[in-house]
Design a protein around this ligand. Structure first.
Ligand SMILES: *Cc1c(COP(=O)(O)O)cnc(C)c1O
Length: 319
């Protein structure tokens, strides 16, 4: 068994989306509510952090250091977890320094995280500097890479896939937002381990499909190794679509706004502007283009992110 702390509210529900399915006139849609994992407004990072935090504890960590964009959901969940376990937390954030704290960044500050600002292209170097400085000051830091997408983080989503099977979940397709690839990697591994016949489609929110496929395959293979399974996953088995990146990471476009509206008005369900809004926009477009069969069952894996709706960068543009 791989060490794990228990903090997430699991299993997350699977719910049908009958009104949205009817409006789109297409396949049957379902949602897996990982926006409700329970830690500080939830999201997919909570599952990963159950395993990554256990790893940090095994290293005797007294401080968590991680990195993300200003509205990073991963940073918000990490900051909350650090607070809950009495650890210090430093976040390396990239992007424009907000004039007023809002959305995830407001919550980072509420949880007492320290913030170091940098530029996107410099974040690796700054992250290493912050880590080495903390180490030399005797603070026992533990570094969590972007999105907690390590082999250990991906293991969490192999377990999440098992949870879906144990819930009696059935689907021909799973669709989710993919970025640092750990979530999709874990699901792909879970599907392999259980002999599932459906397909798992990642909608890339930022990287080219080839990059995401390679990274999913690499992390899935490494996560299998962590579980003691000799499974090799190759990039050509992975489904990733990168046609919905639009103007780039975190740039809200018409498609995301429409997807957020459709889910809100027909199901009372919230999506986020950066990840699930983009993935849902891709899903909606693929349905309209006849990519799926009309009797396909599609599970939209909701990965969270809703606090970003209230960010000053997005809120004024949603209506
Ligand atoms: C981090 C994140 C993702 C992407 O997950 P990866 O494992 O990095 O691919 C998707 N949705 C939300 C809301 C996220 O915060």
């Amino acid at each position: 068994m791989i060490p794990r702390i228990r903090i997430a509210h699991l299993p997350t529900p699977i719910e049908p989306l009958p009104r949205l399915s009817a409006v789109l006139g297409g396949p049957q849609l379902w949602v897996k509510r990982d926006d409700q994992t329970g830690l500080a407004l939830g999201g997919n990072k909570t599952r990963k952090l159950e395993f990554v935090m256990a790893e940090a504890q095994a290293h005797g960590a007294q401080m968590l250091i991680t990195v993300g964009a200003v509205q990073s959901n991963h940073c918000r969940q990490t900051a909350a977890l650090a607070a809950r376990f009495g650890l210090k937390c430093t976040l390396v954030l990239f992007g424009d320094v907000p004039q007023t704290p809002s959305g995830n960044y407001l919550l980072d500050r509420l949880f007492g995280a320290e913030v170091v600002w940098t530029k996107r292209e410099d974040y690796e170097e700054v992250l290493q500097d912050v880590f080495h400085k903390a180490w030399s000051e005797g603070k026992r830091p533990f570094l969590i890479p972007l999105g907690a997408s390590t082999a250990t983080g991906a293991v969490a989503y192999a377990y999440a896939f098992k949870e879906f099977i144990e819930q009696g979940g059935e689907a021909d397709w799973m669709v989710l937002a993919s970025s640092s690839a750990g979530t999709q990697a874990g699901l792909v591994l879970g599907a392999r381990l259980s002999g599932w016949h459906g397909r798992i489609l990642g909608i890339s929110v930022d990287h080219p499909a080839d990059w995401v496929k390679a990274r999913v395959a690499e992390l899935a293979t490494q996560a299998a190794e962590r579980l003691g399974k000799a499974i090799h996953v190759s990039a050509d088995e992975i489904d990733v679509n990168d046609e919905y990146i639009g103007a780039g990471y975190g740039v809200l476009g018409e498609r995301e706004i429409e997807a957020i509206h459709l889910f809100a008005r027909h199901e009372g369900l919230l999506l986020d502007p950066v990840y699930t809004g983009r993935a849902a926009a891709g899903l909606i477009d693929l349905i309209r283009r006849g990519f799926f069969k009309s009797n396909d069952r599609i599970l939209f894996w909701h990965t969270g992110g809703v606090p970003a709706l209230f960010a000053e960068r997005y809120a004024p543009y949603l209506l």
